[in-house]
Design a protein around this ligand. Structure first.
Ligand code: SAM
Length: 183
């Protein structure tokens, strides 16, 4: 799976965070972690709304994507508040309560052990923090399993209630937002 992300850089998808939404949710001094940041465009869009007191860290399993993200970062005026590093969101090398805001756009549907990834989100989130996660899901019904999308990326199709169960199981209550593209 990750070989695909190493080779196909810059694939777009239709459940992107709206810019106005980013602005309304972010606090200037947030400590943000972007899980599955890809080449970092969204990470840098969030960085734009931080002051010097805030920071954002983008993490992705694909070394090629992190390499591209660091190239973008070098050209960015926000390099004082953003960083990128390679990592697996199923098992993060970050301390407990290290983020006030977690973002993850279009990632969870590709992750093999989703419950571990959601558990890790909860573990690294400060009490009172928020997680904003976008994904494509089925409105209802039974899980459809893994499919390959038009760009060749494996996606697991699960109904919304399965994601809600995972977030509840991890410990989340009303402190998370799912932005969904439904099928
Ligand atoms: C569709 S892209 C989304 C990229 C980015 N969030 C954005 O909004 O542009 C999915 C990303 O998830 C990453 N990914 C998939 N599984 C991962 C995992 N277990 N840990 C970290 N990153 C992962 C892929 O390498 C890829 O960059």
């Amino acid at each position: 799976m990750i070989e695909h992300f190493d080779q196909h850089i810059g694939v777009s998808f239709p459940h992107r965070f709206e810019k106005s939404y980013i602005q309304s949710e972010i606090r200037p001094d947030d400590t943000i972690i972007d899980l599955g940041c890809g080449i970092g465009q969204t990470t840098l869009e969030f960085a734009e709304h931080l002051t010097a007191g805030g920071s954002i860290l983008g993490i992705d399993l694909s070394k090629n994507r992190i390499k591209e993200a660091n190239i973008l970062l070098k050209k960015s005026v926000f390099k004082d508040r953003a960083k990128f590093r390679i990592g697996d969101i199923e098992s993060l090398d970050l301390g407990d309560a290290s983020a006030s805001l977690i973002i993850s756009q279009g990632v969870l549907l590709h992750v093999v052990d989703k419950q571990s990834a959601v558990d890790e989100m909860y573990r690294i989130l400060l009490p009172g923090g928020r997680a904003i996660v976008s994904l494509a899901a089925l409105v209802d019904g039974n899980p459809l399993g893994w499919e390959t999308d038009s760009t060749g990326v494996p996606i697991e199709w699960l109904p919304i209630y399965r994601y809600e169960e995972m977030f509840t199981e991890a410990g989340f209550k009303s402190d998370y937002i799912l932005i969904l593209r439904l099928r």
